[in-house]
Design a protein around this ligand. Sequence first.
Ligand SMILES: [Zn+2]
Length: 670
Amino acid sequence: MSASTNPLLQVEFEIPFDRVRAEHVEPAIAELLTAARANIEAIAAETVPRNYDNTLRALEKATEHLDYAIGVVRHLEGVATYPELRAAFNAVEPLVSEFYSGIPLHAGLWAAIKTLSESRPKLTPSRQRLLVKTVDSFRRHGAELDEAGKKRLGEIDVALAKATTKYSENVLDSTNAFELILEDEKDLAGLPPSARAAARVSAEGKGSNGWRFTLQAPSYQPLMTYLDNREIREQVYRAYATRASAGEFDNRALTAQILELRREKAALLGYRDFSDLVLEDRMAKDGGSAQTFLEELRARTEDRFKAENQELRDFAGFELEAWDIGYWAEKLRLKLYDFDEEALRPYFPMERVVAGMFDIVERLYGIKVVHKPAAHVWHPQVRYYEIREESGSLLGAFYADWYPRESKRGGAWMDGFITGIYDPPNVEPHVGTICGNLTPPIEETPALLTHREVETIFHEFGHLLHLGLSQTEVRSLGGTNVAWDFVELPSQIMENWCWEREALNLFARHYQTGEIIPEDLFQKMLRARTFRGANVQMRQLGFGIVDLKLHREYTPQRDGDAIAYSRRILQEFSSAKLPEDHATIASFTHLFGSPVGYGAGYYSYKWAEVLDADAFSRFREHGIFSRQVGLSFRNNILAKGDSEDPAELYRRFMGRDPDPEALLVRSGLL
Ligand SMILES: [Zn+2]
């Protein structure tokens, strides 16, 4: 097939999404894989002296077309799938990932990169950074190991993939193995009608009478929050907390095995521990800094944590067990401020929210976001926009696809298709997308969003701007290709504008009357935000610290069983006594459900929150629509991608290192 008959065989700025069909996928990817392999062989075989263009730039170029094509296919599979497309994607996906993971192990290529690095070429700072990062990344993936080492690394990776897959399956199976059928309606006391109806439907689906409850979040959460019957809460809590820790789906041995494999892998590659291996390329740089960061936050959260726990105990009037906390916290919340999030919906009609968001970024960053008709979308609901400088020059374009469909996956996300190079006079625009599954319009009523959904739109658009405003001369260091613990700064900072009166007044208007959110409703919304903020924070800190301790300090011979070891740590972060058989770590797929995943990286949630709260304080100080601060954020953060050390970029914007103070204030802890 040629480019004229297969749309994936040509990189186009206006991506022909409507023309890409399942039958294009396998032939295009096969052809592009062959070409990419040949490109890599050609780089390795090059005989003229090594320079940036014939080695590093050539390596970037070697896979550019493949990157683009597989990105387009993966996207379509996520937003407009059908059986043939899914089958085609599943057929090519393993080949593509195998190809990418083989690159750092190509001996000739590694020799070429080392030769270039050792020749100490004079490069621009971002090209120099790409060189250092490429050398480090190859090394982290085993390029420098001898044959025996490479063989062992391969075995470890296979064993890790197997063990983590089995771990995930066990979590799923043990979660699904539990059900509780209640047949006496009296036992449902306290439960809201929506949860009762869902339990009824669930029972009917299984051919049972009564009401059926499971350990899936939509069933488990309401039960723990609302059910008056304490014995049932205890029973379900215990089932949840001991998932995958005994019997047929036991993850205890697998957890120990995964930890040992990760430890061995880190040692083989020359690192003190797995956290140092994983974090070397992140803003935190090593496990010790991440752990210190969490411990410091903990020290500043503990007083408020104790006070909140005392407050809840006093309110309940007795010593609370773990299965009482959610229930009594909800009762206290109701007493302090009865706040129904649904009451905000009429103030958040989709069109107005999006228009207001564009208005805000136009003020801040000196840009224009313009809606354009687009011919080549994957669904009529999709909107196409251009981002332009105020002067008119094109910076990028994006597709917005906000409503659920059966052919679309769940959740909300941003993705980039083309990251343009900025090397004047060569300036290429970017192309990306933001997608979600938000409340759709119903007949004559426009889409009315929850406040959380409004935050989601702002969040994903923040990621999009990180791509759209990128100005880096090295493509692979552009846009959102940044460290994992830095990537949520541009997105999360956007959410802050959803909590400011001045900003809300721009876009949060009643869809019928045009009125702004009434003051008492706004105040309730603010108070609900900080309710039991220390407990929320301690829970996250506990997970982050247990994750790092397991990957940095845990020694089986000394510390015994990993599950019991983790329970002792988590106990310090829990407001109630954990049962003897509590085994959260046996069902923690974030940490153990994939070879790396969030392993040694759980701290990033808090890390990013500290960054966004702190960075937003500069906007607060100078006015939340300040063009001066906006341009500083644009030039120092959004434009730079990963072309410089993120810690340095942050310092340039803030004039100092991150300070957790603003997060503590925002969470109601100070
Ligand atoms: Zn995000």
